[in-house]
Design a protein around this ligand. Structure first.
Ligand SMILES: Cc1cc2nc3c(=O)[nH]c(=O)nc-3n(C[C@H](O)[C@H](O)[C@H](O)COP(=O)(O)O)c2cc1C
Length: 184
């Protein structure tokens, strides 16, 4: 089975996951901005950071990469919200489907892992975005705050690191299963 990992990362956590997964699966990995769109693969694994629900580089890559060039698409999101919380996972999934091309006739599998956020390293635009989200979150009455809101308030202006490479094991196991299914 010939596979490739493409990643979209601003501050490095998605890149770290891509590197680790590439090592475990023995496949090549590329930044979405440097990927050669003319190559063909059985499985395309896209690892992208979540920014206001958008997966960095995903739409652009899928728009420019012909669906004739791959058979199966695996999307792994990297975000700060805990995907074990079902509401968070649902929010992420709903927004992913909005980013996929309408005519995408591929089998897709979705996974979510947690990244890191260091406010001191954010660019100005991201700092302002987070400030707005924080100000909105603070106005939510305590008893009405969901897990995402609570996490945001607890980590605002700090360094939060939830990177856990063990969370890739589930994806590695699933990948091995896919390899058996296609029998390559
Ligand atoms: C402006 C901004 C928006 C974000 N939006 C989301 C989001 O919608 N959902 C989420 O889970 N994490 C969100 N995050 C957190 C990032 O997804 C997280 O920091 C991720 O690890 C960044 O990946 P990277 O280091 O590869 O760029 C946001 C972070 C910033 C700065």
């Amino acid at each position: 089975m010939k596979s490739v990992i493409i990643f979209g990362s601003q501050y490095g956590s998605s890149k770290q996951y891509a590197e680790m997964l590439a090592k475990s699966l023995h496949v090549e990995y590329f930044d979405f901005q440097e990927f050669n769109m003319s190559k063909k693969y059985d499985v395309l694994i896209y690892i992208g950071a979540l920014y206001a629900g958008g997966v960095k580089g995903l739409s652009k890559t899928l728009k420019n990469y012909s669906t004739d060039n791959y058979n199966k698409l695996v999307i792994i999101t990297v975000g700060i919200a805990d995907p074990k919380d079902l509401k968070n996972a649902e929010t992420i999934r709903n927004s992913i489907y909005k980013q996929l091309p309408k005519n995408l006739n591929k089998e897709i599998e979705l996974f979510h892992v947690r990244g890191s956020l260091d406010y001191s390293k954010l660019n100005l635009q991201h700092k302002l975005m987070m400030k707005l989200v924080y100000q909105r979150a603070r106005k939510v009455p305590t008893e009405k705050r969901d897990e995402e809101t609570k996490a945001l308030l607890a980590t605002y202006n700090k360094k939060a690191n939830f990177i856990d490479f063990n969370s890739l094991q589930f994806i590695i196991d699933r990948y091995m299963q896919i390899a058996k299914e296609v029998n390559i």
